[in-house]
Write a protein that binds this ligand. Structure first.
Ligand SMILES: Cc1ncc(COP(=O)(O)O)c(C=O)c1O
Length: 387
């Protein structure tokens, strides 16, 4: 089956002669078993809310079909998917290699939390190849953590090269695959051991709940992920699992429109005098563009824009002029967003050399002409504020 078909059939109810189209929300903590033997049997599958209801299983099944892995488990947020993936494989005295362009709270988990438990982290250049990663590997390196493209700066990483270097040193390759939503990139087929997502973004797709997914390539990896989540006491509500699965049904249609709107906005922005550089994997100027062409089948709606240097007063006026683009965290919902970001505030392994302010744009599903009008309005306001 192709992805578009998987997204419509995976995780559908199939136990009864007649059934609703969608797997219903089953809210439960306690499950009751009629007999001792039923309890013993039931405890192997659906037995307690935190361990998953049929609603959770249906969403997990759909994500596994999309990512192409052995098994998917859920976390209560995208961030906890990142932190659980690290905790699953490290212990005191171990070492982690992480991309310098990782989502900042993921890197803070290493710098602040894992450090307290004796796990050291080295950050690597997001466009590092196999040799550079191999040179950074230590005998105690247990995880290479990639995020492709990188948060805020959008460098595309060479996942097969990272997988070879990680596996040669006995480490797992964990990939934050949120930007591609499991649809435009398949990290497991490229050699990753775990492909995780902040399903909060494109899978949920409507900016109304937080969920994380962790898809493992094989049974042994899946078991470690399962135990990490279990021992952390992670729980996702059945309502949120339902919303995320419902979001997935329209993922392909939404993503294609996000892609189209983002491409149009990029073309339009490139002609603007105020713009110094676009950070978008489909642009030749984007670090790792050739890898994106090789390993991805498309681009989602999130990208960066470096403006030419401008006084802070004018930048504030620019942001305040938007009527359609919302100023807000997160992305992947149906709505367009714009956010001021500061890549230089986070990086340690590589320098951020751009001088101008950086925006992160999420191209939503609105009419493209309305989006351009909104951007134009903001640029005009900014020009007025510079006079
Ligand atoms: C790439 C990436 N990974 C993980 C997360 C964390 O997701 P959540 O907000 O669901 O915890 C985010 C959130 O912005 C993200 O952008």
């Amino acid at each position: 089956m192709k992805d578009k078909t998987k997204l419509t059939v995976a995780g559908r109810p199939h136990q009864r002669p007649s059934h609703p189209v969608n797997t219903p929300v089953e809210r439960a903590s306690t499950y009751l078993f009629p007999t001792y033997d039923d309890y013993l049997e039931g405890a192997k599958s659906i037995c307690y809310g935190r361990l998953g209801t049929p609603t959770h299983r249906a969403f997990e099944e759909a994500v596994t079909a999309l990512e192409g892995g052995f098994e998917t488990r859920l976390a209560p947020s995208g961030l906890q998917a990142c932190t659980a993936a690290l905790l699953a494989f490290v212990e005191a005295g171990d070492h982690v290699l992480m991309t310098d362009a990782a989502y900042d709270p993921t890197r803070k988990f290493c710098e602040r939390f894992l450090k307290r438990f004796g796990v050291e982290t080295t950050f690597y250049n997001p466009v590092a190849g196999e040799e550079e990663i191999a040179a950074l590997m230590r005998p105690n390196t247990k995880v290479v953590f990639a995020e492709s493209p990188g948060s805020l700066t959008f460098e595309v990483q060479d996942l097969p090269a990272l997988a070879r270097a990680a596996h040669a040193g006995g480490a797992k390759l964990v990939v934050d695959n949120t930007w591609a939503a499991g649809y435009f990139c398949k990290p497991i087929a490229l050699g990753a051991d775990v492909s995780l997502q902040a399903a909060t973004k494109y899978l949920v797709g409507h900016a109304d709940c937080l969920v994380g997914t962790l898809t493992s390539a094989d049974e042994q990896t899946a078991q470690k992920i399962y135990y990490a989540l279990l021992q952390l006491g992670s729980n996702v509500s059945a309502d949120d699992a339902y919303l995320a699965l419902r979001g997935m049904r329209t993922l392909s249609t939404r993503l294609e429109r996000h892609q189209e709107n983002a491409e149009d906005l990029v073309k339009w922005l490139k002609k603007r005098d105020e713009v110094a550089r676009i950070l978008h994997p489909a642009q030749k100027s984007c670090p790792g563009h050739a890898v994106w062409k090789r390993d991805f089948t498309g681009a989602s709606g999130l990208f960066g824009v470096v403006l030419k240097p401008a006084p802070l007063k004018a930048v504030k006026v620019f942001f305040n002029a938007f009527k359609l683009f919302g100023i807000g965290f997160s992305w992947g919902g149906y709505e367009s967003l714009v956010l001021p970001v500061k890549p230089e505030a986070y990086r340690t392994a590589t320098d951020w050399k751009e001088e101008g302010p950086v925006l992160r744009i999420h191209a939503g599903l609105e009419d493209i002409e309305d989006l351009k009008t909104d951007l134009e309005r903001a640029f005009i306001a900014m020009a007025g504020a510079r006079k």
